[in-house]
Design a protein around this ligand. Sequence first.
Ligand code: KG4
Ligand code: ZN
Length: 340
Amino acid sequence: MVQQQHPIILAIESSCDETSASVICGGKVLNNVIASQAIHSKHGGVVPELASRAHQQNILRVVNEAMQSAGIKNSELNAIAFTRGPGLMGSLLVGVSFAKGMALALDLPLVEVNHMEAHVLAHFIDEPKPSFPFLCLTVSGGHTQIVLVNDYLNMRVIGETQDDAVGEAFDKAAKMMGLPYPGGPLIDQYAKNGNPKAFKFSQTVMPDLSFSFSGIKTAFLYFLRDRKKENENFVEKNLNDICASLQYHLVQMLLHKLKLATKKTGIKEIAIAGGVSANSGLRKAMKQTAEELGWKIFIPEFQYCTDNAAMIAMAAHYKFLAGKFCGLDVAPIPNMEVGV
Ligand code: KG4
Ligand code: ZN
């Protein structure tokens, strides 16, 4: 069989609480349709059962919209791609099963994609693109990793969190302050008008390139408890300063390890990816550090920071070119690891 060099691929993402579909043609992303699930905000976090039900309700509409807006017919597709993991089992199952059904019906090959690798490969959707090898700080609601990226399909984690992810720390701190889920973007908003040096929080110091966010989370909990004893309106009155200080600490923790990683590897091309890479404090601090230390940094467009199918499509494009397909017996892997 002659290998198609300009494949047209439909990609589906359903690992957590966004149902998304994207069509990619010859490595060019044509669209990125996303249906977000507002239902979780009143529960203070993603409820897996509700997430999988919402995926079931949304997936056909999202896929149809992606195909129609791309102007691509089913008969023109060369493959169907999907997120195999990591993610929530019930959510992954919806995307995996839908992709399998389509592949079977249209007699097309299937491409499985690792969600965390796709966050890294989101950097190849638009210019400027990093060159290999580069480091990628992947920060989301479920992960905090420093990834050494040697090639599109050759990457490994060189540092990661030993407990909570940084996005989780943002969201849980927000919840403690009575803010709705996901709290990360809200903390970012309030922080813009606050003093980052107003409050200090202790944190666990981890060896080497490991992260830990459970210590600062607990310190934050006790900080709020003690201050609220003195003044029950403490949070309302100091929201901007609290958010700015917390964000400052979390961003510094990320940058500290990233600096260490650049020293260890000698690599100065640095990318950030994942939902928390949308954080304006992190983006600003990355730009400042880049100027100071001569880093070349890559920050994705907002729509490609949080979960989206365009990044799944991008990863699928490279897997397709490498001839990496999977069978119809494929199953989701909720704890799928990078580079394995
Ligand atoms: O990558 P993502 O969309 O989903 C996961 O794979 O987890 O990341 C979601 C995470 C949430 O924790 C959310 O609060 C966080 O990214 N997030 C932010 C911002 N935007 C999204 N955290 C801080 N500042 C933001 N602007
Ligand atoms: Zn993600």
